[in-house]
Design a protein around this ligand. Structure first.
Ligand SMILES: [Zn+2]
Length: 306
């Protein structure tokens, strides 16, 4: 069975000069997947925009309307100090969420067991009613809630190894015991919201500055594995951010491509045990174009092996 690659060129329309979350990120990932032959080994599909009734699974209608109404023709506006919108941003954000929704639907329909969504803007900082940290809609949360509408899906796990804490995903699922959220992140770091929030199904794994691959692997095994083994998810989602890489300019954690391969292998092994192999992974952060592309390649290469 081939794996699915969801993307859309209009995700590049969301653009602001001199901002780290830039179209070149997605271009670098897609070029790497093409040059390495990985995208040729996958079924590549163009996303369609998430509908409002899908986005409102995770966000109130007022938030969706706020995003739509914030976009102004031919100018860049800020919806939070770090988060901008340009012409085309609403479409890009709807396509990003739509990609993860479609990946989920196709995996649950049995067409694929693995999917990677090469999209932007990212989603994991978007809270219930707030755009934040380069994120407009919480792509993975919308998709997880889509999955939970299926009668045979009662528990989903969201595994987030982006270097930033997934405050938005935590906000959306903090009271939803059907969703296990595991997040590793640089401690005392952006976005400084929900950093200390944890309960039985919200697992936080803070990492001190300079954490290396060996320490990262130990932390994941100690904090995530028991939670996942207890929870027994029916489906695994991955918030795949690659900004914990040692070359990333936004953070101070020292992972490399081998650590992303290790992480992906671990997720595949868990999926083999609990989810009949089903994994939906989506791009979050990663701001050094070279390490982003190389890390995404390492992740996808392992992900699509059967
Ligand atoms: Zn990040």
């Amino acid at each position: 069975m081939k794996s699915l690659l969801m993307t859309h060129p209009d995700c590049l329309q969301h653009a602001m000069e001199n901002h780290p979350e830039r179209p070149q990120r997605l271009q670098a990932v897609m070029e790497m997947l093409e040059q390495s032959g990985l995208s040729g080994d996958m079924d590549m599909k163009h996303a369609v925009e998430a509908r409002t009734d899908q986005l409102t699974l995770a966000h109130p209608l007022q938030h969706v309307e706020f995003i739509e109404q914030s976009e102004q023709p031919n100018q860049v506006v800020k919806v939070d100090p770090d988060t901008y919108m340009s012409t085309g941003s609403t479409r890009a954000a709807r396509l990003a969420a739509g990609a993860v929704i479609e990946a989920t639907t196709r995996v649950l329909d049995g067409e694929y067991s693995r999917a990677f969504c090469a999209i932007r803007p990212p989603g994991h900082h978007a809270e219930i009613a707030e755009a934040l940290g380069f994120c407009l809609f919480n792509n993975i949360a919308v998709a997880a809630l889509t999955a939970l509408q299926r009668p045979d899906i009662n528990r989903v796990a969201i595994l987030d190894f982006d270097v930033h804490h997934c405050n938005g995903t935590v906000d959306i699922f903090k009271d939803n015991e059907q969703v296990l959220v595991c997040s590793s992140f640089q401690d005392h770091f952006y976005p400084h919201r929900f950093l200390d929030f944890s309960n039985d199904h919200i697992i936080t794994t803070p990492m001190s500055v300079g954490t290396n691959g060996r320490q990262f692997r130990h932390l994941i095994e100690k904090s995530w594995l028991p939670a996942i083994e207890d929870f027994k998810p029916d489906l695994i989602f991955v918030s795949a951010g690659f900004d914990a890489h040692q070359d990333d300019p936004l953070a101070e954690i020292n992972l490399n491509e081998d650590d992303y391969r290790w992480m992906t292998k671990l997720i595949i092994s868990l999926a083999g045990t609990y989810t009949a192999g089903r994994i939906i992974s989506t791009l979050e952060g990663g701001y050094n174009l070279t390490s982003l592309a190389n890390s995404a390649k390492a992740h996808v290469e392992v992900l699509i092996q059967s």
